[in-house]
Design a protein around this ligand. Structure first.
Ligand code: NAD
Length: 490
């Protein structure tokens, strides 16, 4: 396990020599310590990235050459998938099969952007102009040095979503992983070294938000910030970035609705409701945490949901059959249990609602279902970020759409119905960036990811993710064979 910062191609201790604890949420035990980076380390990392970008080979390589190194990084992630997945389980708590999905998706992300890098040939695209004496073309160039700040819920995958497109574009990057889950990000440093990535192109500084994240957002050497995390932190980052006009892309929180029409086969509905909120312990930005059920099937569906949720195996992420691991940390555990207490005042508790018996040593919470809350209830409107789902009934399509959209968030939304015309109508009416029909949560590297309203700005993944790290330049040429001198000669 790495314990140092990755700066300028080498693993180094924090300038202050300080370390912080890494805790296993399944037993609350400290099992490792990692360097506690601060402003001085961020400055060294940004300077390293600046040099790699301004003077180094990386942005000047062909897209195909960069692609070859990214492909190698993807291959090495695949080769080390078991080790990386086990680290993720220990650090985050998630069940091993889900950690393996994350690692495989992270490798897939590097492979995808390796292919896209090859399309960056430097060739310009012609722009039609209204005057024949000028010709114009557009070229795409890397933005420069990008700062990336990521959360703890999908540590390796969130790193891949930012590092792979940034590097494909030709940028250099400073990555600040969450202080709760620093381990797989540091392994990415080892992978970068082993794949032959030039020194300084990728730098990784572990540390807290205020001590390492804030100096990264303030640093004048950073051209672009890419952030995934909560709305309050996203807002702070945007305000800081405004001071020296950095471009910012934000992937923030959500309270995503799942609308179930009465014609949906009940077993299908159960599958997607439960997966939509309980996978990854509900610590998922796009979790469908508000379920709207057409009144004809409301009570029978609630009853089946309660029965099925009680069968979900809660336990250590390494135990066979575990579907729900511990929450990431003591503070997240406390926060979710407080939300559950609020829920008990605001709604009918249908299932769960506490710490599972025998698992008090870890940060475990039962899968919890609330029903019948008012639309004004805080558990209906606020992101809980845990295994807690709120269910309400509706009587008409129009009411379902109105309630689904009545949120300050707009990350994802889902609808289930065998009537595909209706499902498509509702899908188009949702004010959300990611919409699923007859499912919830599938995420593909090829498709755009991001939210409307307070769920963020910009899109990651696919070609949209690459464009986050590219500048657009116009080059306009005058045809010297045409008459000229119109300014001085009049
Ligand atoms: P958070 O905002 O607390 O922290 C995210 C990151 O920001 C961490 O690395 C943290 O150290 C850093 N940070 C904190 N304060 C900072 C500051 N002042 N300046 C710079 N950096 C700072 O979020 P979290 O608790 O780690 O993650 C949960 C949130 O992330 C949820 O709201 C969830 O919905 C959201 N999320 C969104 C997506 C998406 O794609 N939209 C994906 C995953 C998580």
């Amino acid at each position: 396990m790495q314990d140092k910062l990755f700066i300028n191609g080498a693993f180094v201790p924090a300038a202050s020599g300080a370390m912080f604890d890494v805790v296993d949420p399944a037993n609350r035990q400290v099992f490792h310590q990692v360097a506690r980076g601060g402003a001085e380390d961020i400055d060294a990392a940004v300077k390293g990235a600046r040099k790699a970008f301004d003077d180094g080979p990386w942005p000047r390589l062909s897209g195909a050459e960069r692609g070859a190194i990214l492909r190698k990084m993807g291959d090495l992630i695949t080769e080390r998938r078991e080790t990386l997945a086990r680290l993720e389980v220990r650090d985050n708590g998630k069940p091993l099969p889900e950690a393996l999905w994350d690692i495989d998706d992270a490798a897939g992300c590097f492979h995808f952007y390796a292919d896209l890098a090859e399309t960056l040939t430097g060739a310009g695209e012609a722009v039609a102009l209204p005057m024949e004496t000028f010709i114009a073309e557009v070229v795409k160039e890397p933005v420069g040095v990008a700062g990336a700040i990521i959360p703890w819920n999908f540590p390796m995958l969130m790193a891949a979503w930012k590092v792979a497109p940034a590097l494909a574009a030709g940028c250099a990057m400073v990555l600040k992983p969450s202080e709760l889950t620093p381990l797989t990000a540091l392994e990415l440093g080892v992978i970068a070294q082993d794949a032959g990535l030039p020194a300084g192109v990728l730098n990784i500084v572990t540390g807290t938000g205020p001590e390492a994240g804030q100096p990264l957002t303030e640093h004048p050497g950073v051209d672009k910030l890419a952030f995934t995390g909560s709305v309050p932190t996203g807002s702070k980052i945007m305000q800081t970035a405004a001071k020296n006009i950095k471009t910012v892309s934000l992937e923030l929180g959500g309270k995503s609705p799942l609308v179930i029409f009465a014609d949906t086969p009940i077993e299908e509905a159960l599958e997607w409701i439960l997966f939509g909120i309980f996978w990854n312990q509900g610590e998922v930005c796009s979790a469908t945490s508000r379920v709207l059920v057409e009144d004809a099937i409301y009570e029978p569906l609630l009853q089946r949901l309660a029965e099925e949720s009680r069968k979900i195996k809660i336990g250590h992420g390494m135990e066979d059959g575990t579907l729900l691991g511990p929450l990431v940390s003591e503070s997240q555990h406390r926060k979710v249990l407080q939300w559950i207490e609020t829920g008990k005042r605001e709604a009918r508790l249908v299932a769960g609602g506490g710490v599972p018996e025998g698992l008090e040593a870890g940060c475990f919470v039962e899968p919890t279902i609330f029903a019948d809350m008012e639309e004004s209830a805080t558990i209906w409107s606020e992101e809980i970020f845990g295994p807690v789902v709120c269910v309400k009934s509706f009587t008409s399509e129009a009411e379902a759409i109105r309630m689904a959209n009545a949120s300050r968030f707009g990350l994802a939304a889902a609808v289930m119905s065998v009537d595909l015309a209706r499902a498509n109508r509702v899908a188009r009416a949702f004010r959300a960036g990611i919409v699923w029909i007859n499912c919830s949560q599938p995420t593909f590297t090829q498709a755009p990811w991001g939210g409307y309203k307070q769920s963020g700005i910009g899109r990651e993944l696919g070609i949209w993710g690459l464009n986050n790290y590219l500048e657009t330049k116009q080059i306009t040429t005058y045809d010297r064979s045409a008459p000229w001198g119109w300014y001085l000669k009049g």
